[in-house]
Write a new protein. Structure first.
Length: 117
């Protein structure tokens, strides 16, 4: 069994609470899939530097989940407040990015359970 600090317990509790809603869970899984599809980052052809991550567009959630923009905004806020994702605004576009630290914490929480089987 993994040992968690009080901070770690609160972080996981907030994450599980946010992910308990089906729409938020679907949105989070989409951000995770998008993040995994970007790995490894390719190099920019002219500079040789890593290409910037594109992020998962909030507009994609509206079409994929068939829910309105205000509802998507509400769910995105809940995921941000739980520390699961971060958002960046570029003009009128909003992109969601995976919080890799929290993603790892979730994985570490479940890993001991699966290794005991």
């Amino acid at each position: 069994m993994c040992r968690l600090t009080d901070k770690g317990v609160n972080l996981l509790a907030d994450a599980f609470k946010a992910l308990a809603h089906p729409n938020r869970l679907q949105m989070y899984l989409e951000v995770v899939r998008h993040h995994q599809a970007e790995q490894p980052l390719t190099e920019h052809s002219r500079t040789g530097l890593p290409a910037p991550a594109a992020g998962c567009g909030v507009a994609d959630f509206i079409s994929k989940l068939s829910i309105g923009a205000p509802t998507v905004s509400h769910h995105v806020k809940a995921l941000v407040d739980a520390g699961l994702i971060r958002v960046e605004k570029q003009g009128k576009y909003v992109s969601c990015f995976l919080n890799e630290d929290v993603y790892r914490e979730l994985g570490d929480f479940f890993r001991p359970l699966s290794s005991q089987e």
